[in-house]
Design a protein around this ligand. Structure first.
Ligand SMILES: CC(C)(COP(=O)(O)OP(=O)(O)OC[C@H]1O[C@@H](n2cnc3c(N)ncnc32)[C@H](O)[C@@H]1OP(=O)(O)O)[C@@H](O)C(=O)NCCC(=O)NCCS
Length: 186
């Protein structure tokens, strides 16, 4: 499989680009320290900007590798980062990627995640060599599934109690997927 890495993508309101160390303060303030954002994610809120800097340093290590697809969403009007969208795993043998996204709560329900996801799918299917893109969300987080449906993804089932949450309870995950042909037919 041919990989094309994290190239810049422009949408109407967003620039999707590689993260930089000077994004740390905005990332910390906008979403990484906010328990509303991390509630349904695997990681706890960052306690200080030092936590954020450590994660950015980790992300930057392999950011230029062609098989790494990891963007921040920069608001064109604000000129600062408001979220991330990335492939959390890539299965080159089966040309399949699994994505995740998160966005500052100040900007929820304004279509930003849908705008970013649509642009990323186009990049991965049209410029890239992917056959299938998939994702899951906690059953208690329907807004995430709504974004996927708006971008043409299909619900494929439920993984029962697959996710151990911050509350120490197991939660069901809803699975979504989209194939290249389905995306191109839209
Ligand atoms: C999930 C997330 C990325 C969505 O981002 P967003 O920019 O607000 O998404 P959009 O505005 O593009 O679309 C949100 C859709 O969900 C809908 N929605 C919001 N809350 C909802 C709820 N409780 N139940 C059902 N739908 C809901 C909105 O109405 C909108 O749909 P519409 O355009 O048909 O009205 C954002 O909420 C987020 O970052 N959450 C925290 C991190 C997270 O959960 N990430 C996903 C992990 S799988």
């Amino acid at each position: 499989m041919k990989h094309i890495g994290t190239k810049e993508i422009h949408t109407e309101r967003l620039l999707l680009r590689k993260i930089r160390m000077d994004d740390a303060q905005d990332m910390f303030e906008q979403w990484a320290s906010d328990p509303r954002v991390t509630q349904y994610l695997t990681w706890p809120p960052h306690k200080s900007v030092e936590d954020t800097k450590q994660i950015i340093a980790l992300w930057m290590k392999d950011l230029d590798e062609p098989q790494v697809y990891r963007w921040v969403m920069e608001s064109k009007t604000l000129g600062k980062v408001i979220g991330t969208i990335d492939l959390v795993s890539v299965d080159s043998r089966h040309r399949c990627g699994t994505f995740g996204y998160c966005l500052s709560a100040d900007h929820w329900n304004k279509g930003y995640a849908s705008e970013a996801l649509h642009a990323m799918l186009k990049y991965l299917f049209v410029e890239g060599d992917f056959h299938r893109i998939e994702a899951t969300h906690l059953i208690e987080n329907p807004a995430s599934g709504r974004v996927m449906v708006k971008c043409g993804m299909k619900e494929e089932g439920v993984k029962r109690q697959k996710f151990l949450g911050h509350d120490e309870n197991f939660h069901d995950l809803v699975i979504y997927g989209i194939l290249k042909d389905e995306f191109l037919a839209r």
